[in-house]
Design a protein around this ligand. Structure first.
Ligand code: UT7
Length: 325
């Protein structure tokens, strides 16, 4: 039985210091700033330093989120990390974050849903908190996609970047009103028929290597714009809200044309859409919490706002969450 609601009490993010611009990419592959900017909206992305791991990025973001929440790490009893680029095949990068924060209680694990990873991690943590299993959760999206890119493939290497974002959730007594703060509804989907549209051509059980990202970009584009509305309809159906009620739409940041297309289909006005793809590129599971943190820091997202998150990624996986911030 649901007795609690998960309330967001802190958000943080981290970007590696090295910036790779479109101009830099022109020296690496047969591309142009104009092509990348017009087709994707991306102008630059951040790249992790040699030796800087996904768990390092996640740890920075987690510490920032804990600071924002004014919470001691020892209060955290659940860590769910969305990533498709873990430090190692195992253990989960989440346990490295757990140890880095000096946490010895509770549980930490990774969730693998590629670019949908943050929404999948959020839904997982929310369900544990709602049912009273844990009190404080760190939900993290962190990626070092630069490590699995084929830097000779212009159709993919210009699109992605590295980064991490995190939120802290607190289980509070469930109120009766949707106007009270917290995660109001989540909806997750996947359809493995499309697993070959966006994948990595390696892995521990297939090649024994990490592999490189491969993608049929047009098919992914079509699905991202037109095939993911059911998850959003589900969170609206569960709460009685509609697109017109949303204060901020924070979609996965893959491509400005996908973001615009998705917002247009949902009937969400452009001024309510948070976009960071221009500066971050596609950071996979990190993109939504990075965008959330940017919009909190610049004063757009405020406590009490109705925030719609929407993600889509390899699998295909997709999902949505409606949060009273
Ligand atoms: O998080 C989910 C992960 N991925 C995505 O969301 C990506 C989804 N897909 C997309 O964003 C878009 O499909 C892309 C940005 C990847 C590509 O845009 P597009 O408008 O679908 O272009 P296209 O694939 O139809 O390619 C158009 C042309 C092709 O040349 P031809 O065959 O028309 O002569 C490509 O070879 O652009 C060429 N091209 C490039 N040219 C310069 C592809 N990549 C590049 C490049 N620079 N980097």
């Amino acid at each position: 039985m649901t007795t609690k609601r998960s309330v967001v009490v802190g958000c943080g993010s981290y970007l590696p210091s090295r910036v790779l611009t479109n101009a830099d990419l022109v020296d690496m592959v047969d591309t142009s700033d104009a092509w990348i900017a017009q087709r994707t909206g991306i102008t630059e992305r951040h790249i992790a330093a040699p030796g800087e791991l996904t768990s390092d990025l996640a740890l920075h973001a987690a510490r920032a989120a804990l600071d924002a929440a004014a919470l001691d790490p020892k209060e955290i009893d659940l860590i769910v990390l969305g990533t498709a680029t873990p430090d190692n095949t195992f253990p989960a990068s989440a346990v490295t974050v757990q140890a880095g924060l000096g946490i010895t209680q509770g549980v930490a694990f990774d969730v693998q849903a590629v670019c949908s990873g943050f929404v999948f991690a959020l839904a997982t943590a929310d369900n544990f908190l709602k049912n009273g299993a844990f009190k404080h959760a760190l939900v993290i999206g962190a990626e070092t996609f630069s490590r699995i890119l084929d830097w000779k493939d212009r159709t993919t290497c210009v699109l992605f970047g590295d980064g991490a974002g995190a939120i802290v959730l607190r289980a509070e007594p469930a109120p009766n009103s949707q106007n009270s703060r917290g995660v109001l509804a989540t909806s997750l989907r996947s359809d493995g028929r499309y697993k070959d549209k966006l994948y990595v051509d390696g892995g521990p059980s297939s090649t024994g290597t990490a592999g490189h990202l491969r993608m049929e970009g047009r098919d992914v584009f079509r699905h991202a714009v037109a095939g993911t509305g059911d998850a959003v309809e589900s969170v609206f159906g569960a709460t009685g809200y509609a697109a017109g009620d949303v204060d901020w739409f924070v979609p996965h940041q893959a491509n400005q044309r996908i973001i615009d297309g998705a917002a247009n289909r949902l009937g969400i006005a452009p001024e309510k859409v948070i976009s960071t793809v221009e500066r971050h590129g596609n950071t996979s599971a990190a993109s939504i919490p990075l965008a959330l943190d940017a919009a909190i820091l610049d004063g757009r997202i405020k406590p009490g706002d109705l925030v719609l998150l929407q993600a889509v990624g390899g699998g295909f996986t997709w999902g949505a969450a409606l949060v009273r911030w």
